[in-house]
Structure formats: C-alpha cells, structure tokens
Design a protein around this ligand. Structure first.
Ligand code: PMP
Length: 461
C-alpha cells in the first residue's frame, strides 16, 4: 500500500478520506462528491491546505486554538512528558504531578470558591460528568428526587448521549434520542425572538421561564440548570445583560445548582479568564475544555465549588471516571498553554488591543446591506444576515441557505467563518493582531459583497 503522506495529490487524499474516514457532523455523500479540504499545517492564525492556500482561521479550529497554531513549547512539553510518564490513571488513590499541577493552577485561576477539578477528555465528557455530579449531590443530601436538569433550546453541551440531551438541538436529539430527566426552556435570543420587548425586558422574561419551569416541575425535583454563558454553536447569542443576574437569583431561591458551560468561553475568549467574570455569574460548576489546552491535546473537566466537592465527596466513592481523566500528557500540555496565556498576557491583549480594534471594525459591518446586527463579546462575534435590514427578518429561502452561501464565499476567499442558520460567526485565535483583523474584515466584506451579488443574481432577495 502507498504511504499516505502530505505529498500525495489532494484528489488521492480526498478519495481515501471519503473511502475510510466517517466524519462527524458531515453529510457523507456530499463529502464524497466535493472532497474534504485537506489541512496540512498551522502557524499563528493561519492554516495551509494541500493546495497551498493560506487560510485565515477565523474560528480557531473549533473555537479552541486560543494561543494560535505552531507553539513549539507545547510540543516539547508533550515529548518530555511522554518520555517520563506517558500514561497513568488517577483512579483508586493514585495521582501524578501533571494532574496535581493542572488542578492547582485551575483552582488559582477560577473565580470564587471553584477550587476542585474533575478531569475528562472533552467538553461532552465533562458535561456527562456534571449530570452524574449534580444528581449525586442531591442523593447525598438525601433529596434523591431532585434530579431533573433544566437546559435551553438551541444550547450546545456536546454530542455524547448525555451532552446531546442537555443541548437543545433537535437534529441531535433526532439521532439516537435523549436521556431522561432533562427539560428545556427558551433561549435569550433577543434579535430573533424578542418581538417588541426591549432587550432588557426580554432578558428578564426568558430568565423567568426558568422559574416557571421549576414551579411546574416542583423545586424538589430540580437538581440543576445548565447554560453556556454565551451560546456558541447556537450562533454566538450574547444574552441581554438582565439575563444572568435573574437566572442566578432564581437558582439561589429554589436551591438549584448552576452549571456554567464555559467550554468555549473559558480561557480568555470573552476577555477574562472565565465568562463567569465577564457576566458576574457565580456558578457551582464550570465546564471546561477547548481553550484549556488550546486544542493541542484532548482535555476537559468540571471545576467544582467547595460545597459541591464537599457534599459529593462526603458520600464515599463517586462511581464515575474516564481512563484519560487527568491524562499526564494532556495535563502537561494544558499547563504549558495556561503558562503561555498568562506570561504573554494574551487575555490582556484581548481586552486592550484585539477586542477594541475588532469591535470597531465589526460594528461597521452592520452597515452592509446583508447584515442586520453585528455582535461581539471579547473575540466571539456574530452577524445576522437579513434580506431587508429589519430586526428578526428572515429570507424566503430555507433557513441556512444564505448562511451557507456566505460561508462558501468566505472559504473561496481563504477565510474560515462558520454559519449557524443565517448567522455568520467568528472566534479567532486570541493572539490575532490588528493587521490580521484588517485582513479578516477585508475578506469578510468581500465575501458578503459576493454573497449579496449572488443572491441578487439568483433572485433570492
Ligand atoms: N459545550 C460547549 C459549550 C461546546 O461548545 C462544546 C463543543 N463545541 C461542547 C460542550 C462539547 O465539547 P467536545 O466537543 O470537546 O466534546
């Protein structure tokens, strides 16, 4: 058999890929027909594909490469750790130095009394852990009936059966079903669903759906509420400023644990280490992954408050864990990533340089004839594409048609932006420079212009 290397022609790599690689969240037939884009290497905010295109990665991979590609320090740390101790578990009263060091570092960085870390291999696994943790919490407190978790429609918490059930994405529920004891309320998506309400009124109204749901189910049945600080996969939906304080008040009033999913928003994405700080939220559990290692190694986890750790910990064994919980190589890589974020003041760069510069240029995109609103928090942004600049307006075509066309123009212009329905989203590496932001905006504008011209030509406006 031929050796499969970077040197094979793109068409051959694509053929082999379609023949043997079953991709996540991909239409297999469409992939076989079009061929996947083959990415060979990355440096900073830039990717190179097998055709030699230099692509600006406006999504930091899947919202994860916070420090940018190609940092040799992480490779060196991984190589060293692999030689010293490539693997050992953290079950049954054993531990190792990378897991100890990473847990201690996270306790130092996380706000308030979030001082204890349960490790997982991904965000989905961490949220599965959270389901068990909160149910176990109430069992130990002798309220075993408190086991329902309330989440939001159009939230995303992973694609394991547990994570996918917490998420409120019907196409995911449709493939394999949902676990029991998860309920959904509406999302705080003012642009599309706010009607005539002011943004602040709408934020309160949507938060109060949590109270209604708790009263409907009975507070004695509800274990926890889970939400992303800012919905990511749902379209970068930044909640009204009234939303989180009200959610916090309701959780407290009814003794419902608050799980904040910071898989995307953690590690600088919103301009602070955690979005809990940006939005002044005091969760009982924070879910982490992605930016924890900048995607260089698969690692995730749950950061627990003193109370959650003490209660669950007082119940004897916690019957849960993954072979790779606290994996030493992943932990060492994550630790080095956190060192870089801290020593190079990358979060300060987001706050003082990249966010203010992008914010100004991003807001101007709202003047484009195809854009209804342009939103940005830290380095996480979205554009609502609309036919006539009216709030919440929809195209006559099936939702997502225009978004897909815009994404394809971005692809053709060597810019990675994603679409969620007819929203375009970005989440670039946190190290992005003003010059690279200029390139991002130029390419995005060109892509929007081309998309707009195409819609006019095809009579879709
Ligand atoms: N939670 C959120 C908010 C996410 O965005 C994601 C991934 N996009 C997950 C959980 C799941 O993480 P993973 O893909 O690492 O399982």
């Amino acid at each position: 058999m031929t050796m499969i290397t970077n040197n094979l022609p793109t068409a051959e790599l694509q053929r082999l890929d379609a023949a043997h690689h079953f991709h996540p969240f991909t239409d297999r037939a469409a992939l076989a027909e079009k061929g996947a884009r083959v990415i060979l290497r990355g440096e900073g905010c830039w990717l190179t594909d097998s055709e030699g295109h230099r692509i600006l990665d406006g999504m930091a991979g899947l919202w994860c490469v916070n420090i940018g590609y190609g940092r040799k320090e992480l490779a060196e740390v991984a190589a060293r750790q692999m030689q010293e101790l490539p693997y050992y578990n953290t079950f049954f009263q054993t531990t190792h130095v990378p897991a100890i060091a990473l847990a201690a570092k996270l306790a130092e960085l996380a706000p308030g009394d979030l001082n204890h870390v349960f490790f997982a291999g991904s965000g989905s696994e961490a949220n599965d852990t959270n389901i068990r943790l909160v149910r176990r919490y109430w069992q130990v407190k002798e309220q075993p009936e408190k086991r329902v978790i309330i989440a939001r429609w159009n939230g995303y918490h992973g694609s394991t059966l547990g994570g996918g059930s917490l998420g409120g994405m019907k196409p995911i529920h449709a493939h394999g079903g949902k676990i029991d004891g998860i309920e959904h309320i509406n999302q705080p998506y003012w642009w599309a669903e706010g009607g005539d309400m002011s943004e602040d009124e709408f934020g309160l109204a949507r938060a109060r759906e949590l109270e209604d749901k708790i009263l409907e189910l009975g507070a004695d049945k509800v274990a926890a509420f889970i939400g992303e600080a800012v919905q990511g996969a749902g379209g970068v939906i930044i909640p009204p400023k009234t939303y989180w304080p009200e959610i916090q008040r309701i959780c407290k009033k009814y003794n419902v644990l608050l799980i904040l999913d910071e898989v995307i928003t953690g590690f600088g994405r919103t301009g602070n280490w955690f979005a809990a700080q940006t939005f002044d939220i005091k969760p009982d559990i924070i879910t982490i992954a992605k930016g924890l290692s900048s995607g260089y190694a698969p690692v995730g986890g749950s950061i627990l408050s003193d109370d959650v750790a003490e209660v669950v910990g007082s119940g004897g064994d916690f019957n849960h864990g993954y072979t790779y919980s606290g994996h030493p190589v992943a932990a060492a890589v994550a630790l080095e990533n956190l060192r870089i974020l801290q020593d190079e003041q990358i979060i300060e760069h987001v706050q003082n340089v990249a966010h203010p510069y992008l914010a100004e240029r991003w807001a101007k995109l709202a003047e484009h004839p195809l854009v209804g609103e342009a939103r940005l928090v830290g380095l996480m942004g979205s554009l609502a594409l609309v036919p006539n600049k009216t709030k919440g307006a929809k195209f006559a075509s099936e939702e997502g048609t225009v978004g897909l066309r815009a994404r394809e123009r971005c692809f053709a212009n060597d810019l990675i932006m994603r679409h969620v329905g007819d929203r375009m989203i970005i989440s670039p590496p946190l190290t992005i420079t003003p010059a690279e932001i200029d390139t991002l905006i130029e390419r995005a504008t060109k892509s929007l212009d081309e998309c707009y011209a195409g819609l006019q030509k095809d009579g879709l406006l």
